[in-house]
Design a protein around this ligand. Sequence first.
Ligand code: ZN
Length: 592
Amino acid sequence: MIPREVIEEVIRRNDIEQVIGRYVELRRAGSNLVGLCPFHSEKTPSFTVFRNTDSFYCFGCSAGGNVITFVQKIENLDYVSAVTLLAKNAGVEIPDDRSGDDRGPSRDRVLRMNVDAAKFFRACLLEGDDAAPARAYLEKRELSGATQQHFYIGYAPGRDRLVSHLKGLGYSEDEMCAAFLASRTSKGRIYDLFFNRVIFPIVDTSRNIIAFGGRVLDDSKPKYLNTSNTAAFRKSRSLFALNYARGHCAERLLVCEGYMDVVTLHQAGIENAVATLGTSITEEHARLLSRYTKRVILSYDSDEAGVRATSRAMSILDGVGLEVRVLTMSGAKDPDEYVKKFGADAFRRLLEDSSTGFEYKLSAALSRYNLADTAEKIRAVREATEIIAEYPSSVERDIYTSRAAARLEVSAQSLSEDVEKQRRAIVRKYAAGEMSEARSVAARYGDRINTEAVSNVKAVSAEEAVLGLMLIYQEYRDEVARGGVELSSGDFRTSFSRKVFDRIMDLNASEGGFSTPLLGEFFTPDEMGRIESMEMRRRELTGNGMDVFRSAVGALKSAGREDGGAEGSLSDLIAEKRRRLDEERRKRGLGR
Ligand SMILES: [Zn+2]
């Protein structure tokens, strides 16, 4: 069996767009890529690559999955051979042959060194004679002992004490430098990189300590020092506290500027907060975030730099299809200060009020154009039109139209006409999506993957809703594991769904936790396609909150009783889908 770290690394290092691009000519369509499906013959592209989830799906033949599934299917390989091929492609070593290469320490070695360093920093904070100022600092920031333990906060005394500690454990100087724990002077003397700083270990979602962030105790510079890129860490795709927040972010996720904001918020019970690490949000961050949530609230400092960072982040997050909101605070410069001044409940209210971000979106869009130039101004108007047309409420559209018209110095009436035209196009597109839903329902008759689907129509529909939510959200997997939502294998009527459920729960309980690609070991590529479609269909819906999950589980339990093995008719099924879509349509304000 190939270790999960290797599988995760193989997926990380093989860009799905590049791999599939070798076989399929892809072109951009919004935040996704489309092309002609290599698995069935077609003239118009229905094969889609989703950049934000690193997955693919064909709306024509239901092939789908991740990069490993794709290689399995196209090269006709079993799971292990496909992983091996991709590992070779990306220069990922599949362990067992201990090879000492000279390209620096392996990811594993760096991770082990990080654990030893974290333990050392932690011990220094708790026991070090010279750590009194660090302890005083954390106390001043009002971080409880429990919080400090939870985040495993430590103290780096410097003076090469880490270097000699790690030497004692058998690490070489070169390894320490490669792990960004030490560096060399021009004369070649080695020294601790983190010196007189409070240390925050950065932990990934597989619970590895991948890096460290260090904050000074006073006002000296730089205020924050973070690990640079190493074999175990890429700052452009790592987020502080995502390991904790991933279990609390089905509804929304809060992105802050600094660790201190995040630590304070978690301590106050607001556990869906993360921070980037000494960098502004990248496209990789955005894609990572979109795996865990649909809605992001940005909470940057309210200074000028913060405002600029906010509008940049908005367009990046928008680009992967996330709904973005912006938190506006008054009376405090950052969340840390706000919570301490006004309390956690006040901050929660702030979250509810977070603006829809129209002003940010508009400013970000307009800043790209020179409005004095007629051609550019026309493009700016078109972009403003597209932004406004996305709002379901006609009142909101009216308000934003007049604001944008004033900014652009065009007539509000003509802008409004453009907006409404664009709005009708969106509604039409939605209707087309509805057709393809109905087709996919029809396709279930003659289901080759879940052969029991035909006689358990309602149950399968509910099963796939529940599984879709569990595939995406850690929160729901944990809730089921804890027994907060009562759900067990026995509630699933079809053995395919039951098997998916069991594997999800097994992996969720395993050390590194669950991720969809890991299912590839237990399911055929065709089955992975079905799993991908469950996940994808849920992602397309807006409300995926706990109430939705509970009602889906309720529907599953009662559907099981209603179907009772009797054959449901296709027209019943389509009627039910239509009801669900109508409701969705109402929620989004897409009236007929
Ligand atoms: Zn296809």
